[in-house]
Every structure is written in C-alpha cells, then in structure tokens.
Design a binder for this molecule. Structure first.
Ligand SMILES: C[S@@+](CC[C@H](N)C(=O)[O-])C[C@H]1O[C@@H](n2cnc3c(N)ncnc32)[C@H](O)[C@@H]1O
Length: 200
C-alpha cells in the first residue's frame, strides 16, 4: 500500500539510519520516553515499524528476559538491520505490513508504534490492526521524539515523506475511539508526541 518512493527512501537508508538519526543526545531522550510506554517485566510487546530495530534494546530493558519482543517493518533492508540486534529465542523480527498484520487477535500486552505512524497509507486500518492484535486492556502507543508540528517540518525536508504527517488531535482521538481504544490521551509538545489508549 505504501508508495514506491517512500519505500525506496527507507530501503536505501536502512544501513546508516541508526547512525544518522540516533546520536547520543537523541538516545538519551529515547531512554526518557520508553518508560511512558507502560511496559511491565514479562510483557509481550509488538514493535510496529521497527526500522533497524532502534527500540529493541530499550524494550528489552523494560520487559526483561521473560518478555517477548515482536518487531516488524515493511522494508526488508530495515528488517535485516533489526535482526542484528541482541534478540532472545522468544523474540521475532519479521517483514510485515502494518495494514495486514500476520498475527492472531488479542495476543500482545503492549503495542508500540515509534516514529512510524505518519508513514502508513491508511492510518485507520493500521490502528485497527494494532488494536486487533492487542489483548483487551492492553495499551497502544504512538510515539515520536518530536511534536506533531516539528515532525511535519522535519518530513517536509524530504520529498518522499513530505506528506507524511500525524493526524491532528481531534482526528487522532476519533481514530483511537473508532479502533476500539478507550480514554485516548495525546501529549504533543516540543520534543515529544505521545498518543495512548487502552483496548476496551
Ligand atoms: C521513520 S522510520 C522509523 C523506524 C524506527 N521506528 C526508528 O525510529 O528508527 C519509519 C519506518 O516505517 C516503516 N514503514 C512504512 N510503512 C510501513 C508499513 N505499511 N508497515 C510497516 N512498516 C512500515 C518504514 O519502512 C520505516 O522503517
């Protein structure tokens, strides 16, 4: 579903994505963001649009050795990078499309979509899928280390993703509710965007 130029954009940047986008200062802010995801030791977590797997070590620290991390991305070069992260036997890194998840319903304790949601062609369908695979009571999180406005400016500098913006707060709340998420909360401020809701 995703446009060819966007796919080429991510495929061609996979090998140096992490080096380029995650200098130490950004990693420190990411470490400060992850506790907001509400992950508990032993949780089964779905990492949506993992890219080169940047989040995997942070998720491991949060869920511990008994937790299960399942990461996926549409881009095979990104998936290959993500598979180089330290993984445990129960973890999984695969190529998949957020619009058609290859998982049963009600299996994840947490669903985290970090720095990927604006790139999905059909945000309502992608969110519906994230909620479908989450167990009742699970938290679904859409997160960025930029505000909605900062992100739009950032993407604006790259033609392949220039139109990839987050829905405004009203639309995001509506998407959350339609997807079956209760009590949607949105924090949108410089350096942080966090939309969370619990599966009813
Ligand atoms: C901006 S990158 C962020 C990657 C990673 N979360 C990070 O923070 O480094 C967005 C990622 O979303 C992926 N993506 C775009 N459309 C997708 C889709 N329909 N399903 C799964 N992943 C997708 C891209 O391939 C890319 O790796």
């Amino acid at each position: 579903m995703t446009g060819r130029s966007q796919r080429q954009f991510f495929d061609s940047r996979a090998s140096d994505w992490e080096h380029h986008c995650y200098p130490q200062e950004v990693r420190e802010r990411l470490a400060g963001l992850v506790p907001e995801f509400g992950l508990a030791p032993g949780a089964r977590v779905l990492d949506v649009g993992t890219g080169p797997g940047v989040l995997i070590p942070y998720l491991r620290r949060a869920v511990g050795p008994a937790g299960r991390i399942c990461s996926f991305d549409l881009s095979l070069p990104m998936v290959r990078q993500a598979r180089r992260k330290p993984l445990l036997e129960q973890d999984l890194v695969l190529q998949a499309d957020a619009h058609h998840l290859p998982f049963d319903a009600d299996i994840f304790d947490n669903v985290v979509c970090f720095a990927a949601f604006p790139h999905f062609d059909d945000p309502a369908l992608a969110l519906f899928e994230m909620v479908r695979v989450a167990r009742p009571g699970a938290r679904v999180v859409i997160a960025h280390l930029l505000s909605r406005e900062e992100l739009a400016r950032h993407h604006g500098g790259h033609a392949a993703v220039a139109d990839d913006i987050l829905p405004d707060a009203e639309r995001m709340q509506a998407l959350f509710r339609q997807a079956g998420l209760g009590d949607p909360r949105i924090e949108d401020r410089p350096g942080r965007y966090l939309a969370t809701g619990g599966k009813r």
